[in-house]
Design a protein around this ligand. Structure first.
Ligand SMILES: Nc1ncnc2c1ncn2[C@@H]1O[C@H](COP(=O)(O)OP(=O)(O)OP(=O)(O)O)[C@@H](O)[C@H]1O
Length: 336
């Protein structure tokens, strides 16, 4: 468990103070993939780098498994950092070293392993990330996705319990992004690894995260399980991210709504309800006619969801909506 208690951070630049993180309380349970999303300058990197004390907090306490890491002396901090791995947007591999030597680096620095132990562990890590055949190559000979796999293998070398990912897929194309996210997903489950992940894409959050915190101007403005935040965004910043990901335009939707009669509702189906033939049944029973104004079916992590925007005309619309709610469908009335 990672806990922030009133943690804040101010940078001093040429006599001027820049607040990067307002006092922040946060809890990240062990074994979760926790996403931090926000626009450039929102304070995401600062928050992430406070966890491994690459940045020192200006105040507050950070506890990892109950240990106050803000109070650790130099030796304790070195040991603590071995329990944390980090991966970066631009991979940060050493260009003059081979793939195997890059992965071996944290083990060599720890100074606790024989050369044979390091060789065995590196071979195992490279096999896990699918790069056994590339051990003797240099980073320049690899694709972006392969470089990030080396970064992941290196980050996992000392068997950390926490992996910090700073925009780890931002430099990758969509297909490679999907593969790297899939690998992170698998590692999270296999190793019960806590992953804290920074991104500016809601789609990355939707695909892998359990929880999300949305940051704006140094503050967490919305936080919760991804399904809740993604399907029912409240803060304007969250709404912008979700609408961007869904390629929706609020003004266009308002224009569309002006063209149709009746009530307008948004229905959210999750899990089993996503595929149940509810809508037709309920429309027949209540005598309501509906037209579909928008919708999609997708997954949040592994859970399917469907979201439909409908206009309802005639019949007993109240009864229809009550039946939908009784079947665990979330109903939001967009126009009464
Ligand atoms: N070392 C530093 N010295 C001075 N100001 C800094 C430093 N690092 C960050 N800042 C400032 O703190 C604020 C938050 O920056 P941070 O990098 O945490 O945001 P971010 O959300 O990660 O942005 P990005 O997505 O662009 O990386 C910004 O105003 C930034 O200019």
């Amino acid at each position: 468990m990672i806990e922030f208690e009133r943690v804040h951070k101010t940078y001093k630049v040429g006599g001027r103070e820049i607040t990067a993180l307002e006092p922040c309380d946060l809890q990240i349970p062990q074994g979760q993939i926790f996403g931090l999303i926000g626009h450039s300058g929102a304070g995401k990197s600062t928050l992430l780098r406070l966890i491994n004390r690459l940045e020192e907090p200006s105040g507050g306490r950070i506890l990892v498994d109950g240990i106050d890491v803000t109070a650790l002396p130099a030796k304790g901090l070195r040991q603590f950092r071995q329990k944390l791995g980090m991966i970066f947007q631009h991979f940060n591999l050493l260009s003059s070293k081979t793939v195997a030597d890059n992965v071996a680096m944290p083990l060599k620095l720890a100074g606790e392993h024989t050369a044979a132990e390091i060789r065995t562990r590196v071979a195992m890590l490279l096999a896990r990330v699918g790069l056994s055949d590339h051990a003797d190559k240099y980073p320049a000979q690899l694709s972006g996705g392969q470089k990030q796999r080396v970064g992941i293998a290196r980050a996992l070398a000392t068997s950390p319990k926490i992996l910090l990912c700073d925009e780890a897929t931002s430099a990758l194309d969509p297909q490679t992004t999907a593969q790297v996210l899939q690998l992170l997903n698998e590692l999270n489950r296999e190793l019960n690894l806590t992953i804290v992940l920074i991104t500016h894409e809601m789609d990355v959050i939707r695909r892998v995260c359990d929880q999300v915190a949305v940051m704006d101007a140094g503050q967490i403005v919305e936080q919760g399980p991804v399904a809740e935040v993604f399907l029912h965004p409240k803060h304007p910043t969250t709404r912008r991210f979700v609408f961007e990901a869904e390629q929706l335009d609020e003004n266009e939707m308002a224009n569309d709504f002006a063209q149709v009669q009746g009530r307008i509702v948004r229905l959210t189906f999750q899990g089993q309800a996503t595929y149940a033939p509810l809508l037709g049944q309920i429309a027949r029973q209540s005598g309501v006619d509906y037209s579909i104004l928008g919708g999609r079916i997708d997954h949040i992590r592994d859970v399917p969801y469907g979201q439909l925007t409908l206009s309802l005309v005639g019949g007993d619309a109240d009864a229809a909506l009550a039946q939908l709610k009784a079947a665990d469908v979330t109903v939001e009335v967009l126009r009464a």
